[in-house]
Design a protein around this ligand. Structure first.
Ligand SMILES: Nc1ncnc2c1ncn2[C@@H]1O[C@@H]2COP(=O)(O)O[C@H]2[C@H]1O
Length: 955
């Protein structure tokens, strides 16, 4: 008796559960991790039908396009792949549904030496896949010969030794049984299919000769059989989590009263995970011969094949073998799609697969973000509805099996459209022409995110020639065009070099991390992240914004604007072209040593210096007692207290001479930026350092303390009493020297070292070893430069982002790395530099008067010389000094002192600041605005106490 095969390749129902069916009925719906793809049908109905009726074809197309997409998205794709896929299909000699499916899905590695078995396969497979028609004919089973790997010989175990083999992904040229291969042996795609031992479940109600023959055949083929005698036991066995999951189920359909084969088939097909199981029904010969309705019913409920009963082991074994190769093996291959789909769906690059009319059949998750549309809005639409592009141009490339590289404009919903890079890879699933296009879309965000990944790719891959030089895409896009390798070789070499260096800007890392977050977030969140990334890519990340300054507050606007703006004033006013430099010098103290009145002053001085670390230190008294040379006295005292002489291994005399030289280079005629200001900043620095050491936070070592004091002492040396903007506007040589960038602070730092190194007698660094000197120098320069106000918000924001502003938190984060230490040092000198609004009221008002006077003098000079006026509101005839102080505290001081207090715990600075602020408000209400108003007010303040407690009590 001959076995007769009956296959459901086309006619059989799609092997889907009810839920899957429902899910699939939504266009573009995603089933678990495995998303759907539309078939080639031209309308939805057809698509549905086609899905149901041609699972093999459908799966083949999916796999082909998905594999091409995965390969192209991973950078391995090329036009040759697209062509090859098509070529494989075209060269397919097998002419069977299932073979076509396998063939188109996974073009072969060319192993060679398999011609014979190829024809054997062809014979055997053609015999069983007669397009759904019932056929009955002898099977040339003896012609099926497959070489064992390596030896090329056959033996019963070797010939059928599938447990050793790797089930081939690819068609005719792959040996069906071979040794386990390396992934690298596979050409395309690099995904080995699963290669498990084949589990077979045999549900037979009695142990008759047909059953015995099947059992023996399955042993001969080294299948792992399980035997059951009822439908219930079959379902239990199949669903058993440890023993279940059979590749083949053979059901005895000869005795429906004992085993109701149709019902059992339905139940199995409704069980989870049965989609890759092959179901075979054994029917009586008479059923086959008389009427095909019973067979068709079995196929319709989900059996893949009906075979005629046979008591012969060889016939059973050849039948099982055919089932293995024509059904089980392709199912195993198809099951690998899950992994490909998962890869594709999680890919950062947006991938859309279209049919040959450019109608989207599949879209992965990233395409939602790039197109700003939901998946079900994308799938089913024509490409022209999704993007603005010259579609005929794309098609003209792809119809010639060429990849297309170019740009599209998205038609984003409720957003302005944006440019995206697209690469279109043609894929042929059936016939000669491309049946699908794999479109890989890349927005600028993902391009940025993949820069580092591209760095790696660059080491092995050449760059695309069609894309603009230097663009992100030019970094990203690989191409196998030989000419592009040659022409872009130089650029690539340098990029490769760059990528191999341990270089990566923190901002690149941040953008890359954000882009990763973007992959798995909602559309809304992705949009927000887009905006965040836009901001992050801007220059001047920490550049202050003036948005919160009220326009009706012109004094504040003027002052803050001038403080935070660098370079020449951008005013179209009549500028003189003269290169007048500012008036310098005059009234400098002599170089002679300081001689104090030995009697009264010296005792007053020593009393005063006793309080050198008090916050209400009488700085103006020191100025008076030292005849406007407070820096030397206070400096020596503070250096002594902080053991600077030992730290620098340098005698006190060198430090004294150094202080004299430094102080000499402050301009005593400046009302504000003179050596009293330097001494004041040095004193505030010392108080902060003291506070930090009291708190036993191991933040500042002796070198840090010494360098902080030195930086404070010299941070405004040779200040001309005019702002950097003034120097730029007046073409001062300093502005020319420093290119209008950070002019004054650069000059202060440079002057400090120029003077110190010029004379060994005052060189306080002379006994430091080279490394210590370099460290000291870098700290001092960095601290002085940090006093530049244009970067005020940058320093503050960085400090707050690391250390926070939570006053309640008693344990501030220790600055445990170099970067954080730099933040603390910068914040320290900044707070010291503008500490005047946080000092006792008397001092605060005096400093305000002095800075206002200096600003007025600048405005006077600007007017006199017809220069742009940097702060027009600081006109001595019109200015409200009270208002300027209110604005200064509100916009510059308040947040900074809050943050600083929470770090070093000096609540008095915030209390003084708040008290002073309230007083300025009061003064403003009282009409105390001009210099003379302030001076008058100072007369009454002279008697006021310094301590904040007494001040608060009194007022
Ligand atoms: N009380 C104040 N009122 C207005 N501006 C001030 C006050 N104190 C300091 N400044 C400004 O803040 C700047 C800080 O850096 P400079 O010392 O270079 O110059 C300082 C002044 O321009």
């Amino acid at each position: 008796m001959w076995f007769t095969g009956y296959c459901c390749g086309v006619k059989g129902r799609a092997r889907t559960t009810a839920t899957e069916e429902q899910e699939r009925s939504k266009p573009g719906a995603v089933m678990g991790c495995t998303p759907s793809i539309l078939s080639n049908g031209s309308n939805n109905q057809q698509q549905q039908q086609s899905r149901k009726d041609s699972s093999g074809l459908y799966a083949g197309n999916v796999a082909a396009a998905a594999a091409a997409a995965a390969a192209a998205a991973s950078g391995n794709g090329s036009s040759s792949h697209g062509n090859e896929c098509g070529a494989s299909a075209n060269n397919n000699k097998l002419g069977t549904v299932n073979q076509t499916m396998v063939n188109t899905a996974f073009p072969s590695a060319r192993d060679g030496g398999t011609e014979k078995e190829s024809s054997a396969k062809k014979d055997s497979i053609v015999s069983i896949t007669a397009s759904g028609h019932i056929t009955s004919f002898p099977i040339v089973s003896t012609t099926v010969r497959r070489p064992t790997a390596g030896s090329g010989t056959s033996s019963s175990s070797g010939r059928y030794g599938h447990r050793k083999s790797s089930l081939a992904l690819t068609p005719e040229e792959e040996p069906l049984d071979s040794c386990p291969r390396l992934v690298s042996d596979l050409k395309f795609p690099n995904l080995l299919p699963p290669n498990p031992a084949i589990k077979i479940l045999i549900a037979f109600c009695k142990n008759d000769p047909v059953f015995e023959a099947l059992v023996n055949a399955s042993h001969r083929l080294s299948f792992e059989p399980t035997f059951v005698k009822s439908a219930e036991a079959a379902i239990d066995a199949f669903q058993n989590p440890t023993a279940g999951g059979h590749h083949i189920i053979i059901v005895d359909a000869r005795y429906p009263r004992i085993i109701e084969a149709e019902a059992l088939g339905r139940s199995i097909r409704n069980s989870k995970g049965s989609q890759h199981t092959t179901m075979v029904a054994v029917v009586k010969k008479s059923v086959f011969e008389k009427d095909d309705t019973a067979v068709i019913s079995l196929l319709d409920v989900g059996y893949n094949r009906c075979i005629i009963e046979s008591p012969h082991v060889s016939i059973c074994s050849s039948e099982l073998r055919q089932i293995q190769h024509s059904l089980v093996r392709p199912q195993n291959v198809i099951s690998t799609q899950q992994a490909l789909y998962t890869a594709l769906h999680r890919s950062r690059e947006a991938v859309i697969i279209t049919d040959d009319t450019l109608r989207a059949q599949y879209a992965n998750r990233a395409s939602e973000r790039v197109l700003n549309m939901k998946l079900d809005e994308i799938v089913g639409r024509s490409l022209g509805d999704l993007v603005t592009a010259d579609i005929s141009n794309i098609l003209s490339h792809t119809s010639r099996y060429k990849d297309y590289d170019g740009y599209l404009t998205t038609r984003r919903k409720s957003q302005e459209s944006s440019q995206i890079h697209v690469r279109a890879v043609p894929v042929s699933c059936i016939g000669r022409n491309p049946t699908h296009l794999v479109l890989i879309l890349e927005s600028s965000a993902s391009a940025l995110a993949s820069i580092s990944a591209a760095g790696e790719a660059l080491q092995t891959l050449p760059q695309g020639k069609e894309v603009a030089r230097g663009s992100l895409h030019s970094i990203r896009r690989p191409s196998f065009d030989v000419r592009s390798i040659a022409s872009d070789g130089l650029r690539r070499t340098s990029l490769v070099k760059l990528s191999s260096l341990p270089l990566e800007a923190p901002i690149t890392k941040v953008l890359s991390l954000l882009a990763q977050v973007q992959e798995n977030c909602s559309l809304e969140e992705a949009k927000l992240l887009d905006r965040v990334m836009e901001f992050l890519k801007r220059e001047g990340l920490y550049s202050p914004q003036m948005k919160e300054i009220r326009p009706e507050d012109p004094v504040a606007t003027d002052l803050i604007g001038a403080l935070l703006t660098q370079g020449p004033t951008n005013i179209l006013s009549s500028r003189r072209s003269s290169n007048d430099s500012i008036i310098r010098g005059g009234g400098r103290p002599s170089t002679g040593s300081i001689v104090f009145n030995k009697t009264k002053e010296s005792s007053q001085l020593s009393d005063l210096l006793h309080t050198a670390l008090d916050w209400d230190f009488e700085i103006f008294k020191l100025e008076e007692l030292t005849d406007k040379r407070p820096l030397v006295c206070l400096g020596l005292e503070l250096f002594r207290r902080f053991d600077v002489y030992n730290t620098f291994n340098c005698d006190e005399m060198t430090f004294k001479l150094w202080l004299i030289e430094m102080e000499k280079n402050y301009h005593s005629e400046n009302t504000y930026h003179n050596s009293t200001h330097a001494a004041d900043v040095m004193q505030a620095t010392a108080v902060y350092l003291q506070q930090l050491s009291n708190r036993e936070l191991k933040i500042m070592d002796r070198m840090d303390e010494a360098t902080a004091l030195i930086a404070a002492a010299t941070h405004d040396i040779d200040h001309p009493g005019r702002s950097s903007a003034f120097l730029c506007n007046s073409d001062d040589m300093l502005a020319v020297l420093y290119n209008d960038i950070c002019v004054l602070e650069s000059h202060h730092a440079a002057t400090t070292f120029r003077l110190t190194l010029a004379d060994d007698k005052i060189n306080i660094f002379k006994h430091l070893d080279r490394d210590s000197y370099k460290l000291a120098r870098s700290i001092i320069v960095d601290m002085i430069l940090a006093t530049e106000m244009t970067r005020h918000f940058e320093h503050l924001a960085k400090f707050v982002s690391v250390f926070g502003t939570d006053v309640e938190s008693k344990e501030p984060l220790p600055p445990d790395n170099d970067d954080n230490q730099i933040l603390v040092r910068r914040m320290l000198i900044k707070c010291a530099d503008v500490s005047n609004p946080t000092r006792p009221l008397r001092f605060c008002v005096e400093w305000a008067r002095r800075i206002a006077e200096e600003y007025f003098m600048q405005t006077d000079e600007e007017k006199r010389k017809a220069l742009p006026i940097v702060m027009p509101m600081f006109d001595r005839t019109t200015c409200s000094i009270s208002k300027s102080q209110i604005g200064f505290i509100e916009y510059i001081i308040h947040d900074m002192m809050d943050a600083w207090n929470s770090f070093i715990e000096m609540p008095e600075i915030v209390r003084y600041m708040e008290f002073n602020y309230s007083q300025w408000k009061l003064f403003e209400e009282q009409g105390i605005n001009t210099l003379s108003d302030i001076k008058r007010k100072q007369l009454s303040l002279a008697e006021e106490p310094s301590s904040i407690i007494s001040l608060e009590e009194k007022f």
